[in-house]
Design a protein around this ligand. Structure first.
Ligand code: URA
Length: 188
């Protein structure tokens, strides 16, 4: 396990998979490194790749609005990262091999942050962190506890931009997240 400084350096010069050839920036993560809540998306899109920060495009704006409903703010009281740190070309799903190459960085981030709660944003993160057979439409909002960390998944903000009919369920999931935070005394 590396400390923050070493981990950031290693990650920013990473060539473990082919995504390094097309990236403009490594998107390491952002937020409070001592937060109790960690959000995990799938991988950077175009804007994120250009700016080097997760969730700064249209989906990011919606994510910020979702966080504010439950008094969370990316700069203050949560941390946001992705399964893969470099943009998959044309925003395709990250390949299994790319996820395998990158997942160690996220594991190291989890070990440093020691969050009480992890929220997977969408199917790709849920499959990787909860269960390879995870079905987001059926299982979003359910909680599992692994090694003392509570984990759930909600719809990816991009899915909510495409299909507004999913928003009420996500609102319920956000309320459930707030309840879980209160129940386990997560700091906000
Ligand atoms: N989608 C993601 O999953 N992550 C980002 O950082 C941006 C969009």
């Amino acid at each position: 396990m590396q400390n923050w400084e070493a981990l950031k350096q290693t990650c920013h010069s990473c060539t473990r998979c082919g995504l390094c050839e097309t990236r403009h920036n490594v998107v390491f993560g952002i937020g409070n490194e001592e937060a109790d809540i960690l959000f995990v998306g799938e991988g950077p899109g175009e804007q994120e790749d250009l700016q080097g920060e997760p969730f700064v495009g249209p989906a990011g704006k919606l994510l910020d609005d979702m966080l504010s409903i439950i008094d969370l703010d990316r700069k203050c009281n949560c941390y946001i990262a992705n399964i893969v740190k470099c943009r998959p070309p044309r925003n395709r799903d990250p390949l299994e091999t790319e996820q395998d190459a990158c997942i160690g960085y996220l594991r190291n981030q989890v070990a440093l942050i020691r969050p009480k709660i992890i929220v997977c944003l969408g199917r790709i993160a849920a499959k990787r962190l909860i269960d390879p057979d995870y079905r987001i439409t059926r299982q979003h909002g359910q909680w599992v506890e692994r090694n003392g960390i509570w984990i759930t998944a909600i719809y990816h903000p991009s899915a909510l931009l495409r299909d507004v009919s999913k928003r009420p369920e996500t609102f319920e999931d956000l309320l459930s997240l707030r309840e879980k935070m209160q129940e386990i005394g997560a700091k906000v």
